[in-house]
Design a protein around this ligand. Structure first.
Ligand SMILES: [Ca+2]
Length: 86
């Protein structure tokens, strides 16, 4: 199992701008010898603070060069992250 720690920052357009940060821990499950990899090392998105709950703010993409079930990638948030972002 691979563990990825991602730092997330939210920033408004105020003057001065206010920010909030948190970290997201991603557990990447793999049952074979090649781990999936995110296409980009860093993803950064800007959203309006009044964006409706459930809005899509961006997409992450990972790849796994293996074929069949060993190359299937599943994304999920760790339980502690789900509590923060509900
Ligand atoms: Ca794999």
């Amino acid at each position: 199992m691979c563990l990825l720690c991602i730092q997330v920052e939210a920033r408004d357009h105020g003057s001065p701008a206010l920010t909030g940060t948190t970290s997201v821990t991603v557990f990447v499950a793999d049952i074979n010898d090649v781990s999936p990899r995110f296409v980009r090392r860093r993803y950064q998105y800007y959203i309006d603070e009044d964006k409706p709950s459930g809005s899509v703010i961006g997409q992450l993409r990972a790849v796994d060069p293996e074929h069949g079930e060993f190359g299937v990638i599943r994304y999920s948030l760790a339980p502690s992250a789900e509590q923060v972002y509900e």
